[in-house]
Design a protein around this ligand. Structure first.
Ligand SMILES: [Ca+2]
Length: 161
């Protein structure tokens, strides 16, 4: 009883500092293992950087946009309705592309997690604390349609703790 009381006494279960780590998530790999074992309800902090691409997209984009871990997309120029591409110094945001068939139905390129191979993928994004939906080994994934990761490029670097 005492243990149960302690477990529900308002303490937020987090992972041990010793289990904190960093991993590269290539966009070509559907998911990669973190070697972090988590428990359901445990809160894990994530911070992700980097850019990747999900493959060629037809009109009106007609190019291979770059994504960030929040699933925002960018082009290295300013597109126009006429097809003209005005060069810029940096990246031009073109919004998210929601795909109902992606690992997580939602933005392509989003950083996604799942607990064990068979777990249901859940959104993470670029930064934040996420309560783990299950118990087991945590995997991190690039949100794309399963089987469609082969034409991707780039990677996200993800710190967790
Ligand atoms: Ca793809």
């Amino acid at each position: 009883m005492l243990c149960a009381a302690l477990a529900t006494g308002g303490l937020i279960p987090t992972i041990s500092p010793a289990d904190a780590g960093e991993i590269v998530v290539p966009a070509t790999a559907e998911c990669v293992d973190t070697n972090l074992r988590v428990r359901r309800g445990q809160r894990v902090f994530f911070s992700a950087i980097g850019t990747a691409t999900y493959g060629f997209e037809g009109p009106p984009v007609d190019d291979s946009p770059v994504t960030n871990p929040d699933g925002q997309r960018f082009l290295p120029y300013v597109p126009s309705a006429t097809g003209a591409r005005r060069p810029i110094d940096g990246l031009f945001p073109i919004g998210r592309k929601r795909d109902p068939f992606a690992l997580v139905p939602g933005p392509i390129g989003l950083l996604v997690g799942r607990v064990t191979r068979d777990g249901k993928p859940f959104p993470i994004g670029a930064s934040g604390v996420v309560a783990m939906p299950g118990t087991g080994k945590l995997q991190l994934c690039y949100n794309d349609v399963p089987g469609a990761h082969g034409d991707n490029s780039g990677a996200y670097r993800v710190a967790f703790g």
